[in-house]
Design a protein around this ligand. Sequence first.
Ligand SMILES: [Zn+2]
Length: 306
Amino acid sequence: MKKWGFLLLLIFCFCLPFMNIDSFFDNQKDLPKDEHYENELVKEGMISETLENIEITKEEVYEGNLLLVNSEFPVHPDSIKSDVINLSAHDELTKGYGLLDSEIYLSEEIARRFSEMISAAEKEGVRHFSINSGFRDFDEQSKLYEEMGSAYALPAGYSEHNLGLSLDVGSTQMEMAQAPEGKWIEENAWKYGFILRYPKDKTAITGIQYEPWHIRYVGLPHSVIMEEKNLALEEYLDYLKEQKSISTTINGGKYQISYYPVTEDTTIQVPSNFPFEISGNNMDGVIVTVFSGTIHNSLRELKEAE
Ligand SMILES: [Zn+2]
């Protein structure tokens, strides 16, 4: 018997380095496990069952790249991107395209994503892009609204431009609706995390006329799913709320996207061994996106990683 005990101890010690110590010693029985995480992620072998608790504050409903801004859901002061820069002072981010004037502002992160997209377009022979408008503060938005009227501009606080996540892209050659630049954006922006926010076939949902120039950053994998399912941002956020949790594979990259209602500060569980991003929806909850590996910003990055 002693021999067996010793053997078991030996096996245990041998296996210890290969075990997940956290899940071995710390079973989180005292906290209610989130059903949809348990079922989808673990079942698919996408993540281990080790989960960690994170606190979600009410403010997080108003932060992130998936915020919905329209006539019903105005911009919350906390939603404005904190990394807004004047593009004319950043030559490294404005290669390969023009700026309408020296007062074009944008989130630095979004400017970087845009710049990567433009260099991809250039390789495909489409190279006459300009940014005509980017981030606008409430004062500038008010001025624009007063000067141009409601047919052209939205009142302050109701425009995505007030977030720093949207920009108006133009062609230096002709109107976007006719330009190769417009066609390229329409066909390819989703591969780089951008969406055409006001498409021709969604005017009844967005309440905004077709704008082939206005793009909005949402990031991967969201832009890809929206393209595949032909969903406007309004529809996509509703879809996530309905489904509660979806998982998808894009070019070998696996993602789990889950919606959580947030009415007060709350605790949710996320896998402790994979990167994740949290974004509010500017309405009533947050969307947690879990990446099965490295976070990739474009389909091309994903392909290269394959
Ligand atoms: Zn716009």
